[in-house]
Ligand binder design. Sequence first.
Ligand code: C2O
Length: 535
Amino acid sequence: AALKKYQFNIQVMNVSRLCHAKPIVTVNGMFPGPTIYVREGDRVLVNVTNSAQYNMSIHWHGLKQYRNGWADGPAYITQCPIKTGRSYVYDFKVTGQRGTLWWHAHIFWLRATVYGAIVIMPKQGTPLPFPQPEREETILLGEWWNNDVEELVNQGNKLGLPPNMSDAHTINGKPGPLFPCSDKHTFAMEVEQGKTYLLRIINAALNDELFFAIAGHNLTVVEVDAVYTKPFTTQSILIAPGQTTNVIVQASQVPSRYFMAARPFMDAPLSIDNKTATAILQYKGIPNTVLPILPQLPAPNDTTFALSYNAKLRSLNSPQFPANVPLKVDRHLFYTIGLGINPCPTCLNGTQLTASLNNITFVMAQIGLLQAHYFNIKGVFRTDFPDRPPTPFNYTGAPLTANLGTTLGTRLSKIAFNSTVELVLQDTNLLSVESHPFHLHGYNFFIVGTGVGNFNPSKDPAKFNLVDPPERNTVGVPTGGWTAIRFRADNPGVWFMHCHLELHTSWGLKTAFVVENGKGADQSVLPPPKDLPLC
Ligand code: C2O
């Protein structure tokens, strides 16, 4: 195992896209930011120095950070922000994980431009469970706003309305030639006929699940969220914000130029398709004058594709990489996902859009919750988050009634060390057409079941896949449906769980688990680092 050191300078830089120039927050003046390359077993030190006028924190999305929430990054959950002029060293080990993950700012909406890939190579001498591709490329899908994102969000908050949605999607920071002034802002990947490529695809978009495809080329899915899958071949993938998907592509077609394209699934409002990002798969020797062909993507409302695509995802579950699905459940949790309207005396029209789990809209604390937990500081949060909704109702059949008014609170759920947890996330069909990509920090979980309508506790568990369900850190809970996940709470600390649509997170669609320490000497939260930022 090696020690890998990175320096991240948070700095503002002028960037132009779509005929608009604006200053954006970057790491080291790069957009997207630098890729972190590590090998399983390595220790990583990332010294983040903040030279921008914004508070900052960085999250290593999908890294488990065993006993080490101090390096997890979400602001006011596991640390206070790194203030302007200050530094913080994220110090962590990468153990038991290999594949593609990513990092992003975890404060306000700054991840709009502060994000990058994490590539974890398997241990020396551990072969891949699929033929070794000859080359690889990271494909970061994102969003671009012509205006300042933080300003838009602040304006929206004052009005009690959502901020304007982005003006374009991007591939490796570039929207591609379907947008004005974007011929130069087009990502191109050169391939040689007959060679095999691994694409590490990351959805870093703020508010959209995306379809992705390459014209004329099949994609073979081999890994999601840094867990190997049973390979399957598809024309398009579906990827939610927070998720990663590794695919193998054979450059087996007539040498030419082919578009790769990404566009939203179930954008809200279901918009005309004006945000398709494109990039070019360019065969060696083909001149740039050849017009590329566009791939066929599923329609923006193609839920049939979405359901059948997700149903194909299976853990590899090989002797070397077994799926250790908890078979017995110690703790059953059932959380409803609600979007609604709350009174807002300070908002211009007196109300604001809000989001909740079990009718509770999460309120951020003024200091890090992990700090409050570790030092036993009272009054920062409560641990009485209800295991199920206060009043059961017809979750998907009774729109705009049962959970419109929510209560505010910094309420967490306390989980016993090493207990097995089953969490059913139930959408309530209110106001929204989107899936909710739920992300749990500190853990992977198994997606043992999913369905449309109301979860039926006496029938649905019989159909759970407890053999080779997909193992992920982010799952799309289908609109008007439910998803059941299981995990073993073997990582003590305070772990954030939230919808990875930034809009919904900022409305309060989030909570956290307090996983207690175990009795063993190596089963408790590590002491905080000396340079942990204070509020
Ligand atoms: Cu990728 Cu809490 O985030």
